[in-house]
Design a protein. Sequence first.
Length: 181
Amino acid sequence: MATPGFRPTHVVPGDGMPAWQAPDPARPTVPLDAFLPVQLVERRGDWGRVLCANGWSAWVDGRFLVAVPQDPPTTDAGPLARTADPRPLLARAERALSDYRASVEDFAAGGLGGEAFRARTRGLRLGVVVDGESVWLYDADHGRWVYADGTRLSTYATDDGPHAEAEPRHTSTRVVTPDGP
């Protein structure tokens, strides 16, 4: 029986995953089945406490959970504001993909070495999901994902999540190479 109001935030990866009674590798419990929907209710470093639909909870390596998209924000029927126009962000996404493709072509043709390829693509970020009339775009300039319904944008998620007041934690991802961040 499902817990009332249960809404999954993640699913278990396709291979399933081990679980623990506490955030301690010495206290294993029953592993979680592949694609099991769970709610991530607490984080402690890489550990994540998940709640299952039947009310059972366990600790897992939270890095391997697969996020479930939540319903996108609704947009009002007001006039289109220039800042909410999705076209500039779509144009930036097209340029980023074009720049990456050109770098890959040069690298594959032998015109770029590995180090030159890394230097040319360093800092290049792109994220696009198109699903029918809906699109989710990563806005690298503002560190956020936005949702568009074809006419306007609304912020969907940001790189910086909420921070616990008692215990600060790192919530954004940073790519580190041998040359530095």
